[in-house]
Structures are given as structure tokens and as C-alpha cells.
Design a protein around this ligand. Structure first.
Ligand SMILES: [Zn+2]
Length: 417
């Protein structure tokens, strides 16, 4: 054996013995939201970042460390497909220009550090940051998380929101310039859409967010289709903010991966979404979310009823759904995670089964984000994103707040006594 091969071999032995740390998790009730099944007394074997196997008897394995969750309900890590980690703005104080003037990018990313930690420690191992993060500050947050400086979930990241002229900011006086460029890219032609997507990719985006219907000039079907094709060149998917009407037809027919919000989608549109496989990320604010956001009582009642009915209709129609909270304002006395979980009251009011809600937060969310082959399930080969609850969340989805254990990429980030 020559010296080089010998060294390589020694390296391999050291590597495999270092990588062989095997962790066994005793899961009392293992939930598989994708199939809707719960299996009792399972053992999840975790090696490094990934799941090695799920077994009933681990006697054939040399387990180095045990984690006892034999009393708990164990599920794949949760996912939220619509978050704004660096934003805190209410409807009443919605003068985003003031925020642009008063909040530096550094301040925004520090807020993101806090909210990211809240989500992760609350069981959300993956989130989709869907835009409105200043000048790409989430790219820095992701770097900091990757380097282990701060704790946060895996982040699928949209960069700046691509929209027809004006972003989502009506009413900016001409002399104030293009203030919205802080968070939006104007893209009215196909060339501009192409350039906007490339700009986002350059600054670290791995998904694309568009806003279709803010102004009377909305994206046409061929605009969406063009964006979807261009994004696909880089392996990215396109999510589109649209509430309903003709613009929603264009978004669905244009082949977007998801409709964000879709509050006023009608039955024909929901049917078309089902046929095309378009996901609905409903961002269904609860009564309390709307009220604290600053909407009046009457408008709150109206919108809550509308979104509850739409959610129920989408479920009954069989539209694929992925959970997204979209909370941009903390309810007084509650942190960002708690405020986001308020959205679940709407799912309950719509009568959606808790197991299905869990599916929209795991395997379906992963499918929308294109990571379904590596996250969103507890199975051999998948990333070890694992969360455990004291109470059974398949009976009452609000009990996901009883989280007691969180593992992300095979690393324990929370373990309550
Ligand atoms: Zn949003």
C-alpha cells in the first residue's frame, strides 16, 4: 500500500468513525401526516444530518445516544410557506415609507434573528421567506444560521418581490422617487421579468415571489407563464400574490406553483387549481389577527367569514394546500410565532381535520417548495427535522404549541425536561 492510499484509508476510517455517531429517538406516537397514520413505539435512528432508518427494534444497531420521547407525539418538522421574518407593520401604521426611513437593513436583520429563533424553537424547521426584507437582508440571516452564529430554521428565500410598476406601494408622491425599490423590482416586460429573476438569484434567492394584482394593470397569463419558464431554468418555482378575479385566472393558467392569499377565489378557480395542481397558500388570518392588525370590527367579521368559507371550499374541492401564516404584525403580548399560530383558529373554524392541517405544514409544504425528496417526512434518507409535542396535535391542531423537542438537520435545538 503506498503512502497516499494509506493516508486516504486512515482518513476514511477516522471519517466513518466520526460520522458513525448514531442517535436513537424513542417515539411514543410517530405521526406520518402524509399518510395520516400514527404508529406507536417507533425508533428513529439519526446519523449525522439524516435519518438512517425507522424501526421497531433497534437491537441490531450500535446506538451511541438515546433521546426518550416515548410519551410524546412525534412529527416531521413543521413548515410555514409564507413568512416575513424582518417585518413588523400594522394596518394602521402601514406607512411603509416611514419604516423605510426609520429602519435600517441592519435593524431589519436583527429582528429577523429574533423571529427566526422563535419559529425554530416552536417546531418550524423550515420556512419560506416570501419577500419584504429590505435589501436582501435574509441572505445574510441565512449565512449566519448556516455558520452557526444564530439559531433559525432552513429558509427558502424569495428575495425582492417582482411586480408591475409600483410594487405594492400605491400613493408614493413623484418627488419621493422609487422608494418601493427597497423591497420590490418593477418588471413590466418579459425582459424586465427575466432580469428581475436573475437579480434575485444573484443575491441568493432560491424561489420567486411575484405580486400580480396590486394595480389596475395586472400580470397577464403569458407574463406568468414566461416567469415560470425563466425561473425553472434555475430550478426555481414561482409563488404569486393574488386575491382573486381575472388576475387569479392568469396566475393559475400561467402555471404558478402557488397562489398566495386567494381570499376571493371562486369555485371555478378552485376547480381549475385542483386540475392544474396549483397550491393554495391561504394565509388565513384569524379574527384576532385581523383585529390586532388594525381592521375595524365590521371588516374583520366580513374578511374572517370570507376566508373561512374559501378555506372550507378549497378543502372540499381537493385543492392542494400548504400552510402559510403571513403574519406581519405581532398581536400585543404575543411574539411572532404565537401571533402566527393564531391563524390556526381559522383552519379550526373551517372544520379542516387537524391531521390534514399537519400535512399542509409538512409533506405538502415540502412539495410546494420542491424539497419533498429530502424534508417533510420521517423516513430513511430524509433530513432529520423532527419535532415532538406533549399533546396530540392530530386531535387539536392548536396543540402544536405544546412542542417540547426540536431537531433540525440532526441537531437538537430544543429539549425540554
Ligand atoms: Zn405576505
Amino acid at each position: 500500500m503506498n503512502k497516499v492510499v494509506g493516508l486516504l484509508l486512515l482518513n476514511c476510517i477516522l471519517w466513518s468513525s466520526a460520522g458513525a455517531q448514531l442517535v436513537g429517538i424513542k417515539a411514543g406516537h410517530l405521526i406520518d401526516p402524509e399518510s395520516g397514520r400514527i404508529s406507536d413505539n417507533q425508533i428513529i435512528l439519526v446519523e449525522g444530518e439524516r435519518i438512517l432508518a425507522v424501526v421497531e427494534d433497534a437491537s441490531g444497531y450500535a446506538v451511541d445516544d438515546w433521546i426518550d420521547l416515548s410519551e410524546a407525539w412525534v412529527s416531521p418538522g413543521l413548515m410555514d410557506c409564507h413568512v416575513h421574518l424582518t417585518l413588523n407593520i400594522s394596518y394602521q401604521q402601514r406607512d411603509i415609507l416611514q419604516i423605510y426611513a426609520a429602519e435600517s437593513d441592519a435593524y431589519r436583520v436583527l429582528r429577523g434573528v429574533q423571529y427566526a429563533r422563535e419559529f425554530l424553537e416552536g417546531g418550524f424547521t423550515t420556512v419560506k421567506e416570501i419577500g419584504n426584507d429590505g435589501n436582501y437582508v435574509t441572505a445574510d440571516l441565512i449565512r449566519a444560521i448556516d455558520q452557526g452564529w444564530v439559531n433559525g430554521p432552513n429558509i427558502i428565500y424569495a428575495g425582492k418581490i417582482i411586480a408591475p410598476y409600483g410594487g405594492q406601494l400605491p400613493g408614493v408622491a413623484h418627488q419621493s422617487g422609487h422608494a418601493w425599490h427597497r423591497e420590490y423590482i418593477d418588471a413590466d416586460t418579459h425582459e424586465e421579468i427575466k432580469k428581475a429573476i436573475r437579480q434575485n438569484v444573484y443575491y441568493g434567492a432560491n424561489t420567486i415571489k411575484m405580486a400580480a394584482d396590486i394595480f389596475p394593470y395586472v400580470y397577464a397569463e403569458e407574463d406568468i407563464a414566461f416567469a415560470v419558464r425563466e425561473a425553472a431554468t434555475y430550478g426555481l418555482r414561482v409563488s404569486v400574490h393574488v386575491v382573486g378575479g381575472a388576475a387569479a385566472d392568469n396566475v393559475i393558467r400561467g402555471g404558478a406553483a402557488s397562489i398566495e392569499h386567494g381570499f376571493f377565489l371562486n369555485q371555478e378557480q378552485l376547480q381549475l387549481m385542483k386540475e392544474k395542481g396549483t397550491f393554495l397558500v391561504g394565509t388565513d388570518f384569524s379574527y384576532e389577527n385581523w383585529l390586532s392588525y388594525g381592521l375595524g370590527l365590521e371588516k374583520t367579521q366580513e374578511l374572517f367569514a370570507t376566508t373561512t368559507n374559501r378555506l372550507k371550499q378549497a378543502y372540499q374541492t381537493g385543492v392542494r394546500m400548504a400552510f402559510g401564516s403571513d403574519v406581519v404584525y405581532n398581536i400585543p403580548g404575543k411574539n411572532r410565532l404565537q401571533s402566527s399560530l393564531e391563524v390556526l383558529h381559522t383552519w379550526k373554524a373551517a372544520g379542516i381535520p387537524a391531521m390534514y392541517v399537519l400535512k399542509t405544514m409538512t409533506s405538502e409544504a415540502a412539495a410546494l417548495m420542491g424539497i419533498e425528496k429530502e424534508r417533510g417526512r420521517i423516513a430513511a434518507g430524509w433530513f432529520a427535522d423532527i419535532v415532538a409535542f406533549r399533546k396530540d396535535p392530530t386531535l387539536d391542531i392548536l396543540d402544536i404549541s405544546s412542542v417540547q423537542f426540536v431537531m433540525k438537520n440532526g441537531r437538537v435545538v430544543r429539549k425540554d425536561p
